[in-house]
Design a protein around this ligand. Structure first.
Ligand code: SAH
Ligand code: SF4
Length: 374
């Protein structure tokens, strides 16, 4: 079957770019604002619902932009805490978006803190040895519109379930860019997407509630420090010496710790924000007390927070997490010097960690002509 050439997603347009595009066809400037209001505040799914636009303009938009760049394939609730959405793109590629719910004490029964984990690429080129997302390499970058639309899908789902106090507010508390892909390897698209998410005319979502996680692309970290967006930064460290890190993260050969750590410091100082160091604990790979001591010194020096994540097993890969005792001993080494550290519990780590696995599983069964797993 031949597919029609893909139209650009309307969700990748900014107020300025859409105003300029509409001016070319003689439309007044206020029309762009009306379109964005339908998309981000009222969150309609079709052009026909944009009832204050002239019919000819709706027809023009329909032939020039895609209003549904992602569609639901599967919504897999993995318990009360996480909800994984599998989304299909125009070219049938699959991506994952995860909703993570953490109960908030004392704020009423139905209120929980919601964090949304979004993907930035189909697959990943970085080839970390432990990660499901990188197993088949990079298929392609997501466009800015495909990145933004993941959040719109979540908003619609949540809007339908929970009546919102104010219709236009997004129904979640935090965004983490920790799904499939290396966000800084798709730099322009992720910056454009998060600018749209942050803008008043977009989702109006505070940049300080957005955390971007990277495997450590040094020049891009420095560029990010100069962006006007005040994002939070997390670094996937996973090794406290070059020897250990490059064994599991090929990116360390290009950007070793001697380059990465000063870049992290520069970011932290420029933005005046504490950076998070993520450290997956993998048995017999990076869980020695020597690694703990070195990580402690790095974090202390950078004044960084450390997130210890017990490794989540990936089908087909040999790695395992250490025992709970060993995890605790590792964490204690850091705590003893006053380093701020969290050791994720069983359920929590399932979240970003398992991103990429559902997609791989479904692609395999789909391409073999079987039904998707549920
Ligand atoms: N590419 C970016 C963001 C996506 S990965 C990055 O690497 O930072 C999000 C986080 O999940 C990273 O810290 C990554 O190392 C971690 N992760 C990947 N596979 C995992 C697994 N099997 N168990 C636990 N964490 C994992
Ligand atoms: Fe890519 Fe991040 Fe997975 Fe490494 S950990 S392969 S950078 S998604």
């Amino acid at each position: 079957m031949k597919f029609a050439p893909a139209l650009p997603a309307i969700y990748g347009e900014t107020l300025a770019s859409l105003t300029a595009r509409l001016a070319e066809i003689g439309q007044p400037a206020f029309r762009a604002g009306q379109v964005l209001d339908w998309l981000y505040k009222k969150r309609v799914a079709t052009w026909d619902e944009m009832t204050n636009l002239p019919r000819e303009l709706r027809d023009w938009l329909r032939t020039n932009f895609d209003v549904a760049p992602t569609s639901f394939v599967l919504d897999r609730q993995s318990g009360d805490e996480t909800d994984k959405l599998l989304l299909e793109l125009g070219d049938r590629s699959l991506i994952e978006t995860v909703i993570i719910r953490a109960p908030m004490l004392g704020v009423g029964v139905n209120r929980s803190r919601k964090t949304i984990c979004i993907s930035t690429q189909v697959g990943c080129a970085m080839g970390c040895k432990f990660c499901a997302s990188g197993l088949d390499g990079l298929k392609r970058n997501l466009s800015a519109g495909e990145i933004v639309h993941q959040l719109i899908q979540v908003c619609r789902l949540e809007d339908a379930q929970t009546p919102r106090a104010r219709a236009e507010l997004a129904s979640f508390d935090n965004i983490v860019v920790m799904g499939m892909g290396e966000p800084l390897h798709n730099y322009e698209a992720i910056i454009r997407a998060l600018t749209i998410v942050n803008a008043d005319w977009g989702l109006g979502f505070g940049a300080r509630r957005i955390t971007l996680s990277t495997s450590g692309l040094v020049p891009r970290i420095l560029e990010l420090a100069d962006e006007p967006l005040g994002l939070r930064l997390a670094i996937s460290l996973h090794g406290a010496t070059d020897e250990v890190r490059e064994q599991i993260m090929p990116v360390n050969k290009k950007y070793p710790l001697a380059e990465l750590l000063p870049a992290v410091r520069a970011f932290s100082e420029k933005k005046g924000r504490m950076v998070t160091l993520e450290f997956i604990l993998i048995a017999d790979i990076n869980d020695s007390l020597d690694q703990a001591e070195r990580l402690r010194d790095i974090a202390y020096d950078l004044h960084a927070h450390v997130n210890l994540i017990p490794y989540n097993t990936v089908e087909g890969l040999p790695w395992k997490r250490p025992s709970v005792n060993r995890q605790e001993r590792f964490a204690d080494v850091l705590r003893a010097r006053g380093v701020s550290v969290t050791l994720r519990r069983e359920k929590g780590h399932d979240i970003a960690a398992a991103c990429g696995q559902l997609r791989l599983q479904t692609e395999k069964t789909r391409d073999a002509g079987l039904a998707a797993p549920v």
